[in-house]
Every structure is written in structure tokens, then in C-alpha cells.
Design a protein around this ligand. Sequence first.
Ligand code: ZN
Length: 443
Amino acid sequence: MLQLARHVPWLLYCSTMRMLISNTTVIGEGGAVLPATDVIIDGGKYVGLLPTGKAQGPFDKSISGEGKILAPGLFNAHTHLAMTLFRGKAADMNLMQWLEEEIWPVEKKLTAEDVHWFSRLGLVEMIRSGTVGFADMYFFMDEVAQAAEEAGLRALLSYGIIAPSADRVEPELRKAEEFASAWNGTADGRITTAFSPHAPYTCGPELWSQATKLARELKIPIHTHLAETKEEVDRMREQTGRTPVEWLEGLGVFSVPTLAAHCVHVTEKDCNILAAHRVAVAHCPTSNARLACGIAPTTDLLNGGVCVALGTDGPGSSGSLDLLREMRMAAMLGKLRQTDPQAIGVDQTLAMASKNGAAALGLRNETGTIAEGKWADGILVARRNAHMIPGYSPLTDLVYSAEKADVEAVFVKGNMLMEGRRLLTLDEERITAKCRELVGKYR
Ligand SMILES: [Zn+2]
């Protein structure tokens, strides 16, 4: 709490600042590139995008954007931050083997202190790679919420419910409800909450129905895993005669806004159901590839009108929280699946990681693009390094060539979280030292 008290007044101060980012290259709406632009931020929002030299002062703060790209901040639409604890613990397994042999047994040892530090470790990595908001479901979520509040990011947070037996339904729902009620709308509106039955294969119909009812009452969304593996779909078909998407629709789950991670194995009918109910999909290409789940049909989903965002999933399965890497994977796997280089364009790829990610977090029309009236959630990316030269297309370079070390500044609602690669809200040295110490009991 000491750290929180130290940081909050600073964040409040900054959000009232009038700030200029001068002479930068903006990636605007629809991927439009605006060279030599002055960007004015006031009250935490973009209020002016003008040709360089036209911005009128005074400004409380001025940053040179010369030689840099100003891009929308990235949104990680599905992760489990504290699973940084399990990064690299196992490799070369399929999903169920990985969960049953490597993850679920050690998660029983998990403490609030572990989540406190390893979620902060994840936040360090996310800020350093240009992420401004994320959707997270896990355990000890008060710790994750405090970490997000302190770090200054946006977050859609939920307690992950796993209730395979009837006696777990009530206690799990109470835990989820307590967390969701306590944190929704906190941190100056940066934190919102969701209900998260983990998946159709870990929660029964009674829990799903009750969770949907509670989500409707609290006016919050549902965030879950859906159709991640072929085995999940086959088992559900055997048991119910329906696909997991059809099964959740039949239970009325999609009557509340839903964010569904993965959707790798979906039929044409499933795609139509997801589109009709405006279910947002968090596509996690690296995790899906590493666990050999398959390649989600992102082109079909996007063409069918589904809002497809990007997620890293937990670093235990993906190895990384870097959304720049995730964008590249999404674009390349999407093209490979269709054997069509035009299957997913660079503008669509950036939109999945920014505009669609914001929509998946319930922030459609509020942020996710750089335009007047939108919240100033953005990143400055250097163009000077060798791998970004010669620089014909800033958008193509951002999607296919940029590295996280090129991300120089990250801001949310106009508040700087990182500037000149220096983290301003988290103590990276202390966090990494503490995580190295805590991992001892899991080795
Ligand atoms: Zn997940």
C-alpha cells in the first residue's frame, strides 16, 4: 500500500496536464499514416492533431516525437499475468497434459504473495512492450487489481472459476462476485471486472447459468476460454450433441457481453452465433501454436463481423507478454492458414491489437485509436534502430519489424508509465529480485 500511496497523487497530477508530442509520425484511424504531426493531449484525451509547428502553447510538458511513431497503445485481451511464475516450466506438451501435469498441481501451492510479485513482473514486461490495457483472469485477484492500479494500466479483471463438482458452485461464485463488486469502476475507471467461468469443460451448466445471471445483475461481461482444442469440441459433441459455442448459446450465456479466448475450433455456424451475439474473440496465436491447438480461423471470424482482438494467454504457455510479437504471429499464421498473403493486412493486424482490443475490454469508441476525443492511450516507437531502416512504411515496420526495445514511451489517459525506456510507476529492480527469490519453492 505504501507504493500505491506514493504513485496515485502523481498519476492524478499528470492526467490534468496539457501535453505536446511534437513532429511525430502518427498511425491514425484505419492505419492512416500522418507524418510530421503535432499531437496535443489535454485532460487525458487527444484534443488536437495538427501539422508540425501549428500547435499553440503553453504546455505543461513537451516531448519530441521526431524519428518516432506514435501508435495506439496495445491491448492484451486475454492473459493470466501471474503465470509469469510458470514461464519456461514446461515445454513441448499439449494443453491437457500441460494443465494436468505441470500447472494445476503447482497452482495449489500458489500464495497471494506470489501473485502480488509475479503480476507486477508481468506488468513490467507489458509496459516495456507497449501494452496499455489487459484482460486477466486468475486467483488472488485483489493482488492483480492493486498491481494494475499502481502500474497505471487499464484492466478487465476476473476471478477464474473452476468448479467441476456441484459443491464448488456456490463458494466459487461468491468469491467471484465479491471480487467483481469490490473493484468494478475503480482506479479512476481504469479497472472494470468480469465473471470468469474458466471454460465449458471445467464448469457445469448450473454454474454457467448462475454466473450469467450474476453478470447481468452486476452489468459486467463474461470472460472465458472457448473451443481451444479439438478434443474439447469432440468431448462436448459426445456429451451434448453440440459444439461448445452452441452449448453456451443454449445456456443463454451470450445474452451478456462475452469475451471468449481462443475459438480455434469453430464451425461456420459457431462463427455466425459469435457474430450475432457480438461475442468478442481473444485470438492467442502463440499459445495456440506452442500447445499445438491449431490456428484459429481469424479471417472467417473477421469477415463474419466478429470483433477479433489479440491476447498472449499466460506466459506459462506463450512464454511472453509481448503483443508486438503476437501481432506478427497473428498476421503470419492467418496468412498461412488461408495460403493467402492478403488474408490479414497490416492495418487489420494493428486494429486487432489496439481498436478491437479496446472494444473487447468494453472500451469501444473510447480508446484504441489516435483521434480527437479519444483517451490518450498511446506508445512512442523509435524508428532509428537498424532493423527499422530504411522506413518506407511506418505501419508495416511497426507490425513486422519493431521490437519491444524500440518502445520508448507508454502512456494511459495521458499519464506517462514509461518515458525514455524508464519505468515511472513500477520498481523493476525490486520486482525482479523478489520474483527470483520467490520462485525457489517451485523449482
Ligand atoms: Zn487462458
